[in-house]
Write a protein that binds this ligand. Structure first.
Ligand code: BGC
Length: 763
């Protein structure tokens, strides 16, 4: 919106507020300070504050601004920053985002608490996605660990660090089920699967929020993006989403429901339209489903400017209509659209938005602030001492290293080329990413410091000095940043000769190739899924002189590395593993950690196959068939390169004795024995899949419904048992009703979605 329009609204508001005395502030303080914060009390306390608020102040709570000036510097004298600063003092801001640091946060909080009429504290939001300062692997990588405890712990560490710099609300977890590798934000979620994604979403919420939201080291979580964002057409970020009822209820919704069950306190809506209606103004999603059906009592924040974007969508003519549509649809807080602060009051006066809608939104926001304990102590997250001792500390580094090791997936290991011997001579290390301390941090690390990762080279040095490094080629040209388009080196091969020469003289070549950290994330869709730039050519050039290659992949999405899979003997998926990347990779390469990760997302053979995911429906023409009339491609296999759930270990596992006991239909027991047939200990993720063979709404050919990660010593066997209840065996019909239908089910337990033992049972 233009500044002029905004300033008119703003001036009107200033005058309204100027007439209100400060008597009520004392009343507010008396009401809230030092009382206890049990839930019952919180509702009463919320009501007691609401009663004191003017409409203008209520609207203020529904307004969120981005951090906007050098907070410890001079007071802003002009423009947008001045306006925001004035709004803080007037109680026209309920939350800010992207401000961190105990000093900065305290300073802003003081303005509101001391200078606004009611002194209602701000809630400070930030994208704490996979760590704050000390970084864990990107969320997609963490999901590859299938280790819920470790993932919860990673979120806990993130919350401890974030809360130590004043933050009390993270915009995470992202629980969008993501099935299109072209979409850059696949890196931010738990991958393609509903069951795994739901469990991980819940674990992350528990990690962020802990057992006591009022503690000074826990922060409110935010399930995002509600809903359907990952189904952007063509994998192009922000693009149109058009999904059927079955997908909405059975694929998109369940992880969000799981976060509610885990106690998530906030939701974020999304940029996209869902079946023609922008999510931000989507009453069906936010009111009918989220607040009515699921009884969610936290609040919904819009995505950044998603309100204003409804004008571009062709859904609202101006910001006033945006405010009307979004507030009525249940979007409680406006992130950076400036729509609510400018227009909501007028809309209420005109009868277009009811006071009940406003009160409901404000109560939700106040409730979370009470739960965080902000009314009792608005500065509880502003301890310089905590900030000094908790950031980047050794305990956190150890925790993210543990998470990083667990996130690595061994994709191929022909002739057991891995692990490398610690006495191995003449190792070549090639690839710009091997020597990169920035890219492994991924793209969602705005709270952290650049170039703070342990590079692969640094990690390898812990084990051996018997290696030499040649870059081969730059991956990018120019600088890499969160907001700018990345430039990939598509031409410069001047370093090839040196790399090839080194490879010739070496016993084994470790090539670290893949995507730059800023090639995935928001606004970073790709139309190709191969190794970017000249890396494929570098790989082939080195392969010509030395076939003994260990390819370490770094990427934020599945890559179509079909050539590498056919030629390279060992492939290690190392994603973007965060602060401890190099140490984790080195431990796996030298066998100090036996890889245990499994892919949380399908790797296609070529980009033309996507979206490609294991839990698809059958077609009426499954194959393969002799004639052409079946569902396939003429020029590519219809199968993936690596399926969901796939991942190797240095150990070997065998599955036997699958038994099903379906005597009690409410608790069907499925058991299997797993044996470590190798000479070393290792971990296996046993995965249980079902197929409901005939249903009133067709069911996917396979659905994950249980998994267990177990450690087995060399030669050890263990029998594990899964229980299937209605929860696992039912589904949502096209009226959104959860039903369980009798009939025949196939159950499979195995090492990936494509390999295991199966049996039939009847319900
Ligand atoms: C993203 C959100 C994020 C928000 C605030 C948006 O661009 O879509 O996921 O939380 O910005 O930074």
């Amino acid at each position: 919106m233009s500044n002029n329009r905004f300033l008119i609204a703003y001036t009107l508001i200033v005058f309204t507020i100027a007439f209100i005395g400060c008597k009520q502030k004392a009343e507010l303080e008396a009401t809230n300070k030092y009382s206890n914060t049990s839930v019952k009390n919180i509702d009463e306390r919320v009501d007691s504050v609401l009663k004191l608020m003017t409409l203008t102040e209520k609207v203020g709570q529904m307004n969120q601004y981005n951090g906007f000036w050098e907070i410890t510097g001079p007071i802003p004298k002009e423009g947008n920053a001045k306006m925001k600063y004035e709004h803080l003092k007037m109680g026209l801001v309920g939350s800010v985002l992207n401000v961190q640091g105990s000093v900065n946060v305290r300073k802003l909080q003081e303005i509101v608490v001391k200078e606004s009429r009611l002194g209602i504290p701000l809630i400070f939001g930030f994208d704490v996605i996979h760590g704050h300062k000390t970084l864990s692997p990107i969320p997609l990588a963490e999901a590859a660990s299938w280790d819920l405890k470790a993932i919860e712990k990673s979120a806990r560490v993130a919350a401890i660090e974030a809360s130590a710099v004043g933050i009390n609300w993270t915009f995470a977890p992202m629980v969008d089920i993501s099935r299109d590798a072209r979409w850059g934000r696949v890196m931010e979620g738990a991958g393609e699967d509903v069951y795994l994604g739901s469990k991980i979403g819940a674990a992350r919420v528990k990690g962020f929020q802990g057992d006591d939201l009022a503690a000074n080291n826990t922060i409110a979580a935010c399930a995002k993006h509600f809903a359907g964002y990952a189904f952007a057409e063509g994998g192009r970020d922000y693009n149109t989403v058009d999904v059927g009822t079955s997908t909405l209820y059975n694929v998109i919704f369940p992880p969000f429901q799981a976060t509610i069950d885990a106690g998530v306190r906030t939701f974020m809506n999304s940029f996209n339209v869902v079946n023609g209606i922008p999510a931000t103004a989507n009453k069906f999603l936010q009111r009918d489903i989220l607040k009515d059906k699921w009884q969610f009592n936290g609040f919904v924040v819009s995505d950044w400017g998603s309100g204003g974007e409804m004008i571009d969508h062709g859904f609202a003519k101006d910001l006033k209509q945006v405010a009307e549509l979004a507030a009525n649809a249940g979007s409680d807080m406006d992130m950076e659209s400036y729509a609510y602060v400018a227009h909501l009051q007028k809309l209420v006066e005109e009868g277009k938005v009811t006071m009940a809608v406003i009160d409901d939104a404000v109560k939700r926001i106040l409730r979370v602030k009470f739960e965080l304990g902000l009314f009792d102590d608005p500065y509880k997250y502003c301890s310089a001492e905590r900030e000094k001792t908790l950031i980047y500390n050794a305990k956190h580094q150890a925790a993210v290293l543990d998470m990083a090791k667990k996130s690595i997936v061994l994709l191929k290991n022909n002739k057991s080329i891995l692990p490398l011997s610690k006495t191995q001579k003449n190792i070549a290390v090639i690839g710009a990413l091997a020597n990169d301390k920035n890219s492994p941090l991924g793209s969602w690390r705005i709270g952290s410091d650049d170039s703070t990762a342990v590079s692969v080279i640094e990690g390898l040095k812990q084990y051996t000095t018997n290696f030499k490094y040649a870059k081969g080629a730059n991956l990018i040209t120019g600088k890499a940043s969160f907001i700018e388009e990345l430039k990939i080196n598509e031409t410069d091969k001047t370093g090839f000769a040196e790399a090839v020469e080194l490879a010739k003289k070496s016993s084994v070549v470790v090539m670290v190739l893949g995507e730059h950290g800023f090639q995935s994330g928001e606004g970073r869709s790709r139309s190709k899924l191969d190794l970017p730039g000249v890396q494929q050519q570098l790989l082939e050039a080195v392969y010509k002189v030395n076939k003994n290659i260990v390819l370490v992949l770094m990427n934020g999405r599945p890559l179509a590395i079909t050539w590498a899979n056919e030629h390279i003997p060992a492939i290690v998926e190392a994603w973007q593993l965060g602060s401890q990347t190099g140490n984790a990779v080195a431990q796996v390469l030298f066998g100090d950690y036996n890889p245990s990760g499994k892919l949380p997302i399908t790797f296609p053979r070529s980009v033309g196959q996507v979206p490609l995911y294991y839990s698809h429906y059958s077609t009426g023409r499954p194959g393969p068939k002799d004639l052409v009339f079946w569902s396939h491609y003429m020029d590519e296999s219809y199968k993936p390169l690596y399926p969901f759930g796939y991942g190797l270990s240095y150990a070997k596992f065998a599955y036997s004795n699958l038994t099903v006991n379906d005597a009690d239909k409410a608790n069907i027991k499925v058991s299997v024995t797993i044996t470590n047939t190798s000479k070393i200990a290792g971990e296996e993720v046993a995965q249980l899949y079902i197929h409901d063979k005939i249903a009133s709404v067709v069911r996917p050919v396979k659905e994950l419904k249980g998994f267990e990660k177990i450690m087995l010593k060399a030669g050890e066997s263990r029998t594990i048992t899964f229980t299937l209840t209605n929860k696992e065996l039912g589904f949502y019909n096209n009226d959104g009703v959860f039903i369980v239908e009798p009939g025949e089910f196939e159950v499979m337990i195995g090492t990936s979605c494509n390999e295991g033992l199966s049996a039939i049972f009847k319900l």
